[in-house]
Design a protein around this ligand. Structure first.
Ligand code: SF4
Length: 319
């Protein structure tokens, strides 16, 4: 990761290496899906930060089949990195927001591709249901792969979720995590730690909730403001106060220190696209922000989980 000292948090690359015995690569796969918060099912305009293409700006067109997309991505990655193990990542919009039969077809196509060791599925907490989870478990067992459900949450503050027109609250997220876990599948949560209404306290509470729910993985992003979105209008009108890069780094450190040490961090800062945005990672390379966080933690002797002392009856420690 560019810095040589002992890792200060549980990195995804290390996790993949330990779990699959070699470097393993996520391959983005776009399904022809929408999102219930955009098509009128639970909302029409989507989350206020979400652009026309959803969140998957690295994707191939969804008119290509799953097999074609995996093959095209492999062709690009495999020779360059001598990669043999892969994780198709159903990334864009809400990938379980499909009739069950079609969802199963896509999932199975991804699961049986050569070299696939896991499939990661991004979706909304309100698109998780037992019959879908049952099939995911059957496919995981049949093809001897891991399945990880990546749930968009963004903030644990339900008032902030209302402000970004998320269309669900914290309760649906908790229900989804507990449900996914009952089927023995892995869980990941997506969080944006610098939504304009959130504070350091929200970041700490987010770490507490991730730890109490025993998420397997967490992915952090900084907010980027895409042109043409509701948030872009609010930003241009001066209605949003963005915290600075230093404050973001400080907030991520607070989050990491309160997060249970065994949770894996897929990312602590997103790779945001600079084009079509009004604000993106403080116009700084994502790796500089990541390395800044790591350096600060190393200098101050901080570790992921060194403030995780609040679970399992801490008040009873006096007895
Ligand atoms: S849930 Fe995801 S795809 Fe749907 S509007 Fe929000 S960010 Fe966009």
């Amino acid at each position: 990761m560019g810095l040589v000292n002992k890792p200060v948090y549980n990195t995804f690359s290390e996790y993949l290496l330990n779990r699959y015995g070699e470097k393993t690569y996520k391959l983005p796969v776009a399904l022809p899906v929408s999102c219930p918060n955009r098509d009128g099912n639970c909302g029409v305009n989507g989350c206020t930060f979400c652009g026309e293409i959803g969140t998957g700006y690295e994707n191939l067109p969804d008119t290509m089949t799953v097999t074609e997309q995996i093959a095209a991505n492999k062709e690009h990655i495999a020779p360059k990195y001598k990669a043999t193990k892969f994780i198709p990542y159903l990334q864009n919009f809400s990938n379980t927001y499909l009739p069950l039969e079609r969802f199963v077809g896509y999932l199975e196509e991804a699961a049986k591709a050569e070299g696939v060791v896991a499939v990661y599925i991004a979706t909304r907490p309100d698109c998780i249901r037992d019959d879908y989870l049952q099939v995911m478990k059957e496919i995981a067992d049949r093809y001897q792969i891991d399945i990880c459900v990546e749930l968009g949450l963004q903030s644990v503050n339900y008032l902030t979720l209302d402000k970004i027109n998320r269309g669900h609250s914290l309760a649906e997220f908790i229900d989804a995590v507990l449900r996914v876990k009952r089927y023995g599948l892995q869980t990941c949560a997506h969080l944006i730690l610098n939504l304009p209404w959130d504070t350091d306290r929200d970041a700490i509470e987010a770490a507490h909730i991730m730890s109490a729910l025993k998420l397997d993985q967490v992915k952090l992003h900084a907010l980027y403001i895409v042109k043409g979105t509701v948030m872009a209008q609010q930003y241009a009108a001066g209605e949003l106060t963005m915290i600075g890069r230093d404050e973001y780094q400080k907030r991520v450190i607070l989050f990491l220190r309160h997060l249970a040490p065994e949770i894996v961090l897929q990312r602590i800062i997103g790779r945001a696209p600079a084009e079509n945005t009004l604000f993106s990672n403080w116009s700084t390379g994502w790796f500089k922000i990541r390395d800044g966080i790591i350096r600060q933690m190393q200098e101050q002797g901080f570790q992921q989980g060194d403030c995780c002392d609040y679970l399992n009856g801490p008040a009873l420690s006096k007895f």
